[in-house]
Each structure stands twice: as structure tokens, then as C-alpha cells.
Design a protein around this ligand. Sequence first.
Ligand code: HEM
Length: 198
Amino acid sequence: MNASTENTAAGSLMQRLKQETAAEHERMESLMQRSEAFASKENYAQFTLSQYYFQKDVEHLYQDPAVEQLIPDLDVRGRSEAALQDLADLGLEPQQQGIFTAAVSYPQSLGWIYVSEGSTLGAAFLFKEAQAKFGFSADFAARNLAAYPEGRAVVWKRFKQTLDEADFSPQQQQQIIEGALQGFQRFGALLAQLKDLK
Ligand code: HEM
């Protein structure tokens, strides 16, 4: 069986990613609620710090030539710079801390990038909340939640297509899914820290 027929038999990589990380996504939504990130500007600022650290972890992976080759539009992705500017608006400066993904290699790294790119979809709701509650915008304090200039759906669709067309072997797909689970773990831990949540 070649990779394409296996894709059909077991579902595409993107279908697998969605299905096999669904419980983690649910956990994120619950953690987001319990972290009370929108209860005050102070909480929101701490949440933005989590976004910043996670984006730094993910963007570290962009430096790998294998990632660069697979995803040609990396320059439009990533939100650490936006988060850093938001933090400045909010009067916070990130503490220096290590990169969590230093030991993550290709293709596991693609799973981390999947988590980051997918999170731009849910961020649409968070952006609206930041606008409604605090009057923040794509130019002030909520840049990191704003849509990419081309629009969320377009950039997401292109990412999905890139990953599916790469025709990864089942073993590689498994590594990518493991990377995604690690990414969710990392972001979950950052959220949990906000309120000492378990
Ligand atoms: C209140 C918080 C959140 C809400 C309401 C939310 C909502 C959503 C929605 C509506 C989608 C699109 C589903 C679809 O089109 O099929 C989505 C996709 C996704 N979200 Fe979230 N999300 C939230 C938090 C997060 C967080 C914190 C992360 C990770 C850090 C995350 C990662 C993802 C991923 C990876 C996808 C893509 C799923 C796929 O493979 O299609 N989300 N989210």
C-alpha cells in the first residue's frame, strides 16, 4: 500500500490530527475558561505572556530547513512579535526563559506548528472578547489574537493542504501527532499556571 492509499484508508494526516487531539482541544477550552483570562486586564496580560512564550517555542522550529522547505509561507505565520508588542501595550516585559522545543525535531515539529496555526481559529472568539471587554484591537494589546492579513480561513486552509499533500508515512504521521500532543501539553501547562489549575 502506498502512502496515498493509506491516507484514504486511515484518514488524512489533518483528519487524524483533529481526531486524535480532540480531547486535548476540549481540555484547552476548559482551561481557557477556568484561567479567567478575560476577568481583568491583569489576567489578560498574563494570558498574553503565555501566548508569547508558546509562540517563541513554536517559532524556534521555523529555523529548521526541513520545516522551511515544507512550509514556504512561514513568514506570514507566527505571532510572537505581535504578542511582544501587546505586552508592551499592557506594560509587561517577558522574563527570559528557555525554549521548550530545543530538542524537538522534524517532523514532530510540524505537530507543534499545527497547534499554533489551529489556535488562530479559536482566537477569533478571544479577539472579539478582548474587543468587547477591554476595547483592545489589532493595533493595541490584541494584535496576537487578530487574524492574519489574508484572513484566518485562507491561511489555515493552505496549511492543511501543505501537510496533507506531503504524504507522510504512518510512522511520520504518528510523530507529528505526538508533536501536537506535546504542543497542547505545553500550552495547557502555561494556562494552568495562570491560576494554579490542575
Ligand atoms: C476558548 C478557547 C478556544 C475556542 C473557543 C476554540 C475554538 C476553535 C474552533 C471554533 C475551531 C475550528 C474548528 C473547525 O473549524 O472545525 C478550533 C480549531 C482549533 N483549535 Fe481551538 N479554540 C480554543 C482554544 C484553543 C487553544 C488554546 C488551542 C491551542 C493552543 C487551540 C487549538 C486549535 C487547533 C489545533 C485547531 C484545529 C483543529 C483542526 O484540526 O481542525 N484552540 N478551535
